[in-house]
Design a protein around this ligand. Structure first.
Ligand code: PA5
Length: 434
């Protein structure tokens, strides 16, 4: 269960309800990209079964490592979910099933060369995920991994070990999958990358990592049943209202703070969702994130005392999955015996309460967001809550939440500098400026 504590004014709550109407009635800008709304309630059982089939096939092949290739919306949701659900020291523990590792989300030569080193001697498969099927980073990574898999298992073997998630008809990845005979999953046309975690984009890697995708979708469905209610208690409405109220009051940066390192990539997913959806037309709250208490020892000073442009959303988890209490020490040289018998999480909670009060005293307003515990169901609720909150908030701001015109700029320059055919003149101009 997701809870939110924030106190927006009636004026902003009413504005948020108007924006919710636009989202619910599907008559706002970008309304041809609203397919994500119905994913939790309309995902057919056959899709789950298809995912199960890939998991079972690769189990039979003895796959030890799955390379999930994608970037942005084609990567962050799966990464966030797997990281949240995995053991903190997963990478150093004996594997219980295939490990999912990620590629194609950067262009680092070291990263990809070291990935190949890591794959050596292991049974490998790959999921390549790209809606457009033309994004440079995953396309390059896939070229590298495809050639590695083909060299190891032959063309026929590669066909059993490569799955593509892409558009139903368009793009180089779709063409290649048809030609090579790869199993493919479709990203629906009306679902944008950053809203695609509940499509095969997220579901396949999450299932392969051994997690319960039905529970994830069920959690999202539970949130979908609440998130469109037209009242001031609706938490998506409250979140959108308070964000816009703070923004209009001069707070242009939202810091999403968690108190559990497993939630680091949830923040990365959230940053993409809100950054790409709202940052346009010279407007938008800049989404930033921190993991406390770690970052209280780095960013804490700025938050407490720097420029007063921040508000915080403190995101906590009510119940831990593990238990650890603090023991007594006969000598008490560290002076910590006053905490004997307390759970470590109690200290974490007091750190959260203390930092919230202190930051508020320092002029940083705080929203409290909590999740009952870290599991698939709660994560599904969380994703859907943030998605609806994002649509409502962006409509309040007066922007189209579902396009991303700004991400094309760097790509054109990169193509020109790389010498891609068709970009020669631009390349010449750019090189003069380097
Ligand atoms: O949200 C988005 O649309 C982007 O972040 C895309 O997901 C990202 O650029 C990857 O695109 P594609 O899936 O087409 O490779």
């Amino acid at each position: 269960m997701i809870k939110l504590t924030a106190n927006p004014s009636e004026k902003y709550l009413d504005k948020a309800l108007e924006a919710l109407d636009v989202l619910a009635n599907e008559n706002g800008p970008g309304n041809d990209f609203l397919g994500w709304k119905k994913l939790p309630t309309e995902t057919p059982e056959s899709l789950f079964e298809e995912c199960d089939e890939v998991v079972a096939n690769w189990k039979n092949l003895g796959v030890e490592v799955v390379v999930a290739i994608g970037i942005g919306g084609s990567y962050l949701g799966a990464k966030a979910t797997i990281e949240a659900l995995s053991h903190n020291f997963e990478a150093y523990m004996p594997a219980k099933g295939p490990r999912v590792v990620f590629a194609g989300h950067n262009l680092s030569e070291d990263y990809h060369a070291e990935l190949l080193e890591y794959l050596e001697g292991k049974s490998v498969a790959a999921v390549v995920i790209s809606k457009s099927g033309t994004t440079t980073e995953p396309a390059l990574a896939f070229r590298i991994i495809k050639s590695y898999i083909e060299a190891k298992y032959g063309k026929e073997g590669a066909r059993e070990r490569i799955v593509a998630v892409t558009d139903a008809a368009r793009g180089a990845l779709k063409t290649m999958s048809n030609d090579e005979g790869y199993k493919t999953f479709v990203i629906p046309d009306d679902v944008g990358g950053r809203f695609s975690v509940l499509t095969p984009v997220g579901l396949i890697p999450i299932a392969l990592a051994g997690y319960d995708i039905r529970a994830l979708v069920k959690g999202a469905a539970a949130m979908a049943a609440k998130c469109y209610e037209r009242n001031h208690d609706n938490i998506a409405v409250r979140y959108a209202a308070i964000r816009n109220e703070y923004y209009d009051g001069g707070k242009s940066i939202e810091l999403l703070v968690n108190y559990n390192p497993k939630l680091h990539s949830i923040s990365e997913w959230w940053k993409q969702l809100y950054g790409e959806s709202e940052g346009k037309d010279g407007k938008g709250i800049f989404p930033a994130s921190a993991t406390f208490t770690t970052d209280l020892h780095s960013l804490g000073q700025y938050v407490q005392d720097g420029q007063r442009i921040l508000f915080e959303t403190m995101f906590s988890v009510e119940k831990t999955n593990k238990s650890l209490t603090i023991g007594s020490d006969a000598q008490n040289l560290d002076g910590l015996n006053y905490l004997t018998g307390k759970h470590l999480e109690y200290c974490n909670q007091m750190a959260e309460a203390g930092s919230r009060l202190s930051h508020m005293d320092g002029g940083v307003p705080c929203i409290s967001l909590s999740m009952e515990k870290i599991d698939e169901y709660n994560l599904g609720e969380l994703f859907y809550f943030f998605e609806v909150g994002c649509g409502v908030s962006a409509y309040m701001l007066g922007v189209n939440p579902f396009d991303q015109p700004g991400v094309e700029g760097y790509k054109k320059n990169m193509f020109a500098l790389l010498g891609k055919p068709g970009f020669e003149a631009q390349g010449e101009e750019l090189r003069k400026r380097l």
